[in-house]
Design a binder for this molecule. Structure first.
Ligand SMILES: [Zn+2]
Length: 226
């Protein structure tokens, strides 16, 4: 179910791999996984906009040298490793350009956001639709554009821009609701199997319209049926 709360180990169990980095191209099961954070001090400038349905995701830096060397934040983000293999930037970049050109269907990417240490949320599946290399004033970075899709299935269509369509609840709203509801179901206080739910689906994803609920108090839709 999108919008649920997970620990890092629950995410790894679900995806079937140890998620040690932000960008994970085509993990077991075919889809890709991106981990994002917009918390103060987050290492990359990721951003959800358009009611959370459009994600701007920044590529990853060069690995930090073990001793000495340049600060990775001052060097261009790498497309290839020193021995010529594509980095995660390279893999996502190639797929984004193929999708933009219409040569391949867009990559399906599940997006998780870190709300605070140990507290993650699932934003559901997005399509990787474009990528560019930008100069941020210091160096070149990769910027990926992703758009939320309806449901989890292959061939899912973009979230339509009409009231009642799936909304992606921004992480800042989720964290505010988590704190307000004390990390438990707003109905019974349960602290397991929690997810965020909109009170009125046609209204915006503001804290007033979002509650933290357990699956007993909001069974939600079965997103595998679509
Ligand atoms: Zn409950």
């Amino acid at each position: 179910m999108p919008d649920r709360i997970l620990s890092h180990s629950e995410m790894c169990l679900r995806e079937g791999i140890p998620l040690r980095r932000g960008m994970n191209f085509r993990v077991r099961g075919g889809h890709s996984v991106l981990l994002m954070s917009v918390r103060p001090g987050a290492p990359y400038r990721d951003e959800l906009s358009g009611d959370g349905t459009v994600l701007r995701y920044e590529g990853h830096d060069a690995p930090r040298p073990r001793t000495g060397g340049l600060d990775p934040k001052t060097v261009d983000q790498p497309l290839q490793t020193p021995n010529g293999q594509p980095t995660q930037n390279g893999l996502f970049f190639g797929a984004a350009l193929a999708a933009r050109a219409g040569d391949a269907p867009p990559e399906r990417v599940r997006v998780y956001e870190k709300l605070r240490p140990g507290l993650w949320t699932d934003h559901g599946v997005f399509h990787l639709v474009d990528a560019a290399q930008e100069h941020d004033g210091t160096r070149h970075v990769f910027v990926f554009r992703l758009e939320a899709v309806q449901g989890e299935a292959e061939g899912a269509v973009p979230v339509p821009a009409h009231p009642g369509s799936r909304r992606v609840i921004p992480g800042g709203v989720k964290l505010a609701v988590w704190n307000r509801d004390g990390g438990g179901c707003a109905e019974c206080g349960a602290d397991e199997d929690l997810h965020f739910a909109l009170l009125r689906p046609s209204a915006g994803a503001t804290p007033e319209n979002v509650r933290l609920l357990c699956t007993r108090h909001d069974p939600g839709e079965d997103d595998r049926s679509g």
